[in-house]
Design a protein around this ligand. Sequence first.
Ligand code: SF4
Ligand code: SF4
Length: 304
Amino acid sequence: MRSNKTAAYNMEEDIPYELVRLGYACNARCLFCNVECLPEERKSDDRILRDVMKAVLISGSRPGGRISISGGEPGLYRGLPSLIRLFRSKKVSKIEVQTNALCFADRSLAALVASAGATSAFVSLHSHSPGTHDFLTGVKGSYARSLKGIDNLLSCGLEVVLNPVICSRNYRAAAKYMAFVSKRFPEIKYISLSVVQPRGRALKNGRIVPDYALISPYISDALSRADAEGLVIHNPICGLPLCVGGWHERADRSVEYSLSKLDRRRDVGKIYPDFCSVCSVKTVCGGVWPEYMDIHGVSGLKPV
Ligand code: SF4
Ligand code: SF4
């Protein structure tokens, strides 16, 4: 069993990397994809090119910087290895690829990306169950291909961080997911536990947005199971308010906690219900998506 108590916790490590979005093409059709909610002007090639150039300039002026390459699905872009090499030449120390891992079922692509200098992959694997994962991604056979992709990324030397998105179809099995990951992928240590952000396609498939009151005990169990398995779970910006799932008891594993402590909070459009004014963790909690409250009201939220 792995230990999660060996290293001192480093809040800087928790700060999101500089994001580079290569484009919006994707080979999956996740029921909760929020990429399509971005305004049209943000989808233009000009904007994408500007984002890339900005990241190149920032990484050039800040050696040791960290870049996360996203999409859509970055693995679909033939220029991905060249872009990684470019960032490497600018002395970027960490280069992460956000992926559903389908493309990396082809080991030669995983090897190309690794040899270009990528250091990690942030992989969306939504369930330990093939049927549930395939249902959520909208692609039959995606579970088997993504698992193969993860195996290839690991065997090519990349660190893999998993990013399951908790929704109304998979929350009951969250603890089983932790046990599965521990057994199937003993090399994986970190999981970023997202929850559906109720925007884009998720709003059109409203029933996929889970009620926080229902998922809270299951998340709490999953976190305990992860502890027992030696996995380290993070609560990303697309995660949960601290009053749900017992996150307030491990607040320092929340990205919004780190951003608050480092005075680097940013406005992502979340809000606070009135009762948050008496909550003891408000200064380190990011609040809730307004669209969640449109669907479920304040269900599951209460001051700590
Ligand atoms: S959530 Fe990610 S993998 Fe799924 S359809 Fe959207 S961009 Fe593709
Ligand atoms: S009550 Fe409000 S401030 Fe407190 S944890 Fe919940 S959402 Fe955050």
